[in-house]
Design a protein around this ligand. Structure first.
Ligand code: ATP
Ligand code: MG
Length: 334
């Protein structure tokens, strides 16, 4: 086993501090630049297999970093038994904020988010990539003490993939497998459930589920869970097909237009991102909302005592033990 610096400084500079979350691909920690004192996020994965999702993710960050709403990558490499990636430390994810707001976002907040989310996804697509795991946990606000605290950042490129050749512009060919595709089944597109090769339309369908989730507080298949993951994917697929017609009932018509539009896109269609932003901007205008970035969580409600956030996220709480184990392993390796 190769040694890590005695003060556990990755890249000679970045020291792990407290755990933030333990996701599907590894653990995320808050860390610090030992000299400059700058806070960073450190994502770790055990370096077991030859193929490394984190190495792949680091490569993608290097090509995308610098655009608005994409965190900077500071360092990536291998340390002891871990692959490591150091990126900008951001604030809470939309999933955390949704829980903090008692699982309800106002129409204004949803529209403010939709505008930025469409732009983030459009940017990723313009760089020949599809994200393939669009969900509230993979969008993270900037830290509240930064210049642009209203900025929604897109993270987690562990499943991202090229959908066209950057040189020729040729789209990947249509394909369908017997098995469902990758991602998170709660927000996966119906075509992903059906094993159809992912393309731009699937990121947007996942975004539609996200926005409906924010508006409704839930999705009809949210509680479906079977010990067999395969079965869960199938049960959720069936529920999505069964409820597709009623999903947007009771919501402003724009959500139905959006959902029907993304469901109607062909495999290699270029989505009309501008038109979709315009659709939601029109709804904001009808309701007299300004794009002033006053989200539900940034506007204190009258007579409401400010609730103290106990931890960075609920899933982080339950995963803290796991993450702490990883930290202990790093210390042991040094
Ligand atoms: N740069 C960051 N700053 C602050 N928090 C972050 C950062 N990166 C990730 N997180 C937090 O850690 C969580 C997990 O990170 P990420 O999605 O990159 O890992 P993952 O292993 O792919 O997780 P999952 O499988 O749950 O999507 C995010 O939902 C977010 O709450
Ligand atoms: Mg994630």
């Amino acid at each position: 086993m190769s040694r890590i610096d005695t003060d556990f400084a990755f890249g000679g500079k970045y020291r792990v501090e407290e755990a933030i979350a333990n996701g599907g691909c590894g653990a995320v920690f808050q860390g610090v630049h030992t000299i400059a004192g700058k806070e960073v996020a450190i994502k770790l994965e055990p370096a077991i297999a030859k193929s490394s999702p984190l190495k792949q993710e680091s490569k993608i960050y290097k090509t995308l970093s610098g655009a608005p709403g994409v965190p900077w990558i500071m360092w990536s490499g291998k340390a002891g038994d871990f692959n490591v990636m150091v990126i900008d430390l951001l604030g809470p994810s939309l999933e955390e904020l949704f829980r903090m707001c008692n699982r309800h976002f106002s129409l204004k907040t949803v529209l403010l988010l939709a505008d930025q989310l469409l732009s983030r996804i459009e940017y990723i697509h313009s760089r020949d990539l599809i994200h393939r795991d669009v969900k509230p946990g993979n969008f993270v606000m900037a830290k509240s003490d930064k210049d642009s605290p209203h900025l929604v950042n897109i993270i987690d490129f562990g499943l991202a993939k090229k959908y066209r050749d950057p040189r020729t512009g040729a789209h990947v060919p249509y394909a369908q497998e017997d098995q469902h595709g990758v991602g998170t089944c709660l927000f996966a597109s119906i075509n992903t459930h059906l094993g159809v090769e992912c393309s731009r339309r699937d990121d947007l369908e996942s975004l539609a589920y996200m926005l409906i989730y924010f508006m409704r507080g839930t999705l009809p298949w949210r509680k479906i869970r079977d010990p067999d993951a395969e079965k869960t994917w199938n049960l959720i697929r069936d529920k999505k097909l069964e409820t597709a017609e009623f999903l947007t009932v009771g919501l402003p018509a724009e959500f139905d237009i959006f959902y029907k539009y993304v469901r109607g896109l062909e495999f290699d269609d270029l989505p009309d991102y501008d038109g979709l932003r315009g659709l939601f901007r029109g709804l904001a205008e009808k309701n007299g909302f300004d794009y002033d970035w006053a989200f539900d969580w940034s506007v204190p409600k009258p007579n409401e005592r400010k609730r103290k956030r106990k931890c960075r996220s609920c899933h982080a709480c339950s995963a803290a033990a796991e993450a702490a184990k990883a930290a202990a392993a790093i210390r042991r390796a040094s």
